[in-house]
Design a protein around this ligand. Sequence first.
Ligand code: 5GP
Ligand code: MG
Length: 174
Amino acid sequence: MAINTDQVLVSHSEIEQMLERLSSEINRDYGDEPLVVVGILTGAFIFTADLVRRLEMPVIVDFMQVSSYVGEFSTGELKIKKDMSYDIKDMNVLIVEDIVDTGRTLALLKELLLKRQPKSLKICTAFDKPSRRVIDLVPDYNGITVPDEFIVGYGLDLDGRYRDFDDIRIVRKE
Ligand code: 5GP
Ligand code: MG
């Protein structure tokens, strides 16, 4: 089976416009207050790098690597592969994610980070697939809403590949 990634869904210039809009919303909302930005590895590494360079407040950049599993008798469990290194107690925290799909990962992560008593906790996602949501989770900052297609590029992968594309493409298996 061949993988076709010819179809561009979001161009690089649309991504740049999205970055400008999101960063101005975030700059407006936090003002000069310090912000801990938590990028979710691996998918959000490029988005996090692009976003933090447009932020104007003092920023601490940290990363976590997590995934969610749905067991037979549970609504989902969070597996932490890499925790963050910074203590977020009494800090403003912004989780930066590549894409929100079912919402499970972020719902569980939010629950976990809230126990660490941050001053505030918000979510910023580059892409959102609301049609796939199973958990009621609305990102505070949403870049671009995408249809129910598997997308790659701009950090998002298929089996580790295509993260380096500077645009977003739809995967077709043919
Ligand atoms: P969920 O919201 O379902 O808990 O999980 C979201 C995660 O699933 C994302 O962080 C991403 O890793 C992966 N994901 C969901 N949709 C896509 C997609 O269209 N393309 C890629 N590459 N990953 C996706
Ligand atoms: Mg992810």
